[in-house]
Ligand binder design. Structure first.
Ligand code: GRF
Length: 226
């Protein structure tokens, strides 16, 4: 296939509002991302507003109920095989010929076995700043200020609790270790006096809507046939 006919097919995984999905939809509709299309949107929640956004734009959208690991299994190392839910998800993504999986507010951890099916083809948006290679506990800002690399579900609140003056968002490749894969792009955001988690997260999302488009553009170049 020549690079002219090539189209990068995205599988966008969501669990909630889907404002980052909306940013991708708008970039595609305004021809900002030539050679990219959304092949499929998957949500693990039936009530995720992002599903409505997808349907409004005539995109295939699927609710995929996700089986949680039982609480008592949390301390047992996960099996080296995909879970039942992951197997269903991988089947769907292959069926819709997805080239790049975009975790856009997807709240489920994906196992190493799942990620092996899509090498260098799963990216995530994280509402905090991570070092270039994604690992380590410290991030150094453009101005040389060192702040902790906040990971996990409450990264926005963690930044507020730590009293840091700068945070940000990044898009990174997904590796089995949570929020620890190589960073594709990031932007810093100033924390204002009196910011609440909600206020700060809204400002971070404005940045994310630019970053996700930029990240897809960069990854597309990596996968384009020569
Ligand atoms: C984003 O802030 C992203 O960083 C985090 O989940 C949020 C998803 O927001 N992983 P939305 O559903 O795209 O509005």
């Amino acid at each position: 296939m020549s690079s002219q006919n090539f189209s990068l097919r995205l599988g966008v995984l969501i669990s909630g509002s889907g404002s980052n999905l909306q940013a991708l939809i708008e970039a595609l509709e305004s021809q900002q991302l030539p050679g990219v299309e959304i092949a499929l949107v998957v949500s693990n929640r039936a009530d995720a507003y992002g599903l409505q956004r997808a349907l409004k734009h005539n995109l295939p959208a699927i609710y995929l109920p996700w089986k949680q690991r039982p609480v008592e299994a949390r301390f047992i190392a996960p099996k080296p095989t995909m879970s039942e839910s992951e197997t269903r998800l991988a089947t769907l993504l292959h069926l819709f010929q997805v080239d790049l999986v975009v975790l856009a507010g997807w709240m489920r951890i994906l196992s190493a076995a799942f990620l092996e099916q899509f090498p260098q083809r799963v990216i995530n948006i994280h509402p905090a700043l991570l070092p270039d290679d994604g690992t380590g506990s410290i991030f150094t800002t453009k101005n040389g200020i060192q702040i902790p690399a906040f990971r996990g579900l409450h990264a926005v609140q963690q930044a507020l609790d730590a009293g840091v003056k700068i945070t940000g968002s990044c898009v990174h490749f997904v590796t089995p270790e949570v929020d620890a894969g190589p960073v594709i792009c990031r932007e810093e955001v100033i924390i204002e006096e009196g910011d609440t988690e909600e206020m700060l997260h809204e400002r971070l999302k404005v940045v994310e809507h630019r970053l996700i488009v930029k990240a897809v553009e960069s990854v597309k170049v990596l996968h384009e046939p020569a």
